[in-house]
Design a protein around this ligand. Structure first.
Ligand SMILES: [Zn+2]
Length: 69
């Protein structure tokens, strides 16, 4: 995924920033609890295609998460 492309992408529902899940190859909107799939490197920004995030994937209060990346 292109970082600049990623920075341009927002959720079509809430226009919020998306979080890239590089393992699942999905873009997560934690606000709507949706995961948009990335197919062949192209994000599919369709709410009807997105899957619902599991509860533990949604916005969780974990401030200061470090040590990754
Ligand atoms: Zn959203």
């Amino acid at each position: 995924m292109d970082k600049e492309l990623l920075a341009m992408l927002v959720c079509p529902l809430c226009q919020g920033k998306l979080k890239f899940d590089r393992e699942a190859l999905e873009l997560h909107c934690v606000y709507d609890g949706l995961a948009y799939p990335i197919e062949d490197g192209i994000p599919v920004m369709l709410p009807e295609t997105a899957r619902a995030l599991d509860v533990d994937e949604k916005l969780t209060p974990s401030p200061g998460r470090t040590g990754e990346g």
